[in-house]
Design a protein around this ligand. Sequence first.
Ligand code: GCO
Ligand code: MG
Length: 427
Amino acid sequence: MRGAPSPKIRDIVCITTAPAGLRLCVVKVVTDQDGLYGYGCATFTQRAELVAPAVERYLKPLLVGRPADRIEDAWQACYNSSYWRNGPVLNNAISGVDQALWDIKGRTLGTPVYQLLGGKCREAAACYVHVSGAGNEEVIEKARYFLAAGFRHLRVQVGLPGMEAFWCGSSYSGGRPPGLPEGAPAFKPLHDEPLYEPAAYMRRSLRMLEACRAELGDDVELIHDVHERISPTQGLQFAKDVERFRLFFLEDLFSPEDAGWFRLVRQQCATPMAMGELFNSPHEWTPLIAERLIDYIRIHVSQAGGVTPCRKIAALGELFGVKTAWHGPADVSPIGHAANVALDLACHNFGIQEYALFDDRAQEVFPGTLVARDGYLFANEAPGWGIEVNERLAAKYPFGSGETGERRRYNGGWGHVRRADGAIVKQ
Ligand code: GCO
Ligand code: MG
């Protein structure tokens, strides 16, 4: 017995929009069935303009006319057709199509995507928010605000005077140097670009974590993101130093290039390790999971190519005791956040979900955007992701709108962060 005829892919387009300042890219796959389409996140904010041509000039000709209900087949076709693979632009392009096909399948069957992944094994996904301040007092004040709002997991970051919060509103302790940062080595910055001194950052962050535990108590779950900015040996020391604060996890202690250092950390302390937002390739995540070198895999789902590869990564993690903590900052579109939550609900080895608060403008462009309640994210019960894109409104916020300074100058890309002597620091 054959079922209903498969919907066929009729068109694939990219919707680019920046309602909250950050450049977002969403792929729309349109089928030959009336009113049947889907959306997928393809956001690579620092090189956002490159994703649309990858989708429209390469994936579209490959997929138009093919069945929209064969997601794995479409994924394999896209992944293999470039021969050279696993790069961020191509993976985001594939993710846009992949997530849109999951959306279409949900809409076709009248069910949310988490059902297609096996259904809920939890009611909702506990999530964490970003708490950043220029000093400990500000961090603690903001932390209290979020605790009162029902969050129990907080990512705490502190800037240094002269190395203040920047990028995405979070602080990785860099910024324009007005003078000499407190605790920095006694020499003057030889440039006026964002300044970062690792030793000063480490001292200051340890004091901040100490203050958080003293003021907020032991029940709150604390997370901290190093953002790969310190040297491997400093990282090793830092992991040991923060052990006493019992973090929920310490994130991106090393850059992907230095991932081999996790072996030493494992031998020397029990601080839980989270890593993965920079990963694009199985060559990166497979060894870390299989050697049990990390506790949380934090892949940016669209950077890995979408839901199809990420549910396999989650399954791999489950076998090795590694939990998921999919990357969820404001440069993942609301569609991408919904995809994260579908995985969170359906995968038993879920650990935590990073949460970005989208402002009213972004919520208007993406009606159905998930909003946390009492520290949890609940999936939409409408079919697919349960999110629409108001394309007319999206067009009112073209790339570049709301951008100032370096963001605008570098076409939405990042500038540099430099040591006092002028050397560039990994971001
Ligand atoms: C996080 C991240 C982000 C990234 C950003 C890059 O843990 O949320 O580190 O803030 O820096 O997504 O574009
Ligand atoms: Mg991070």
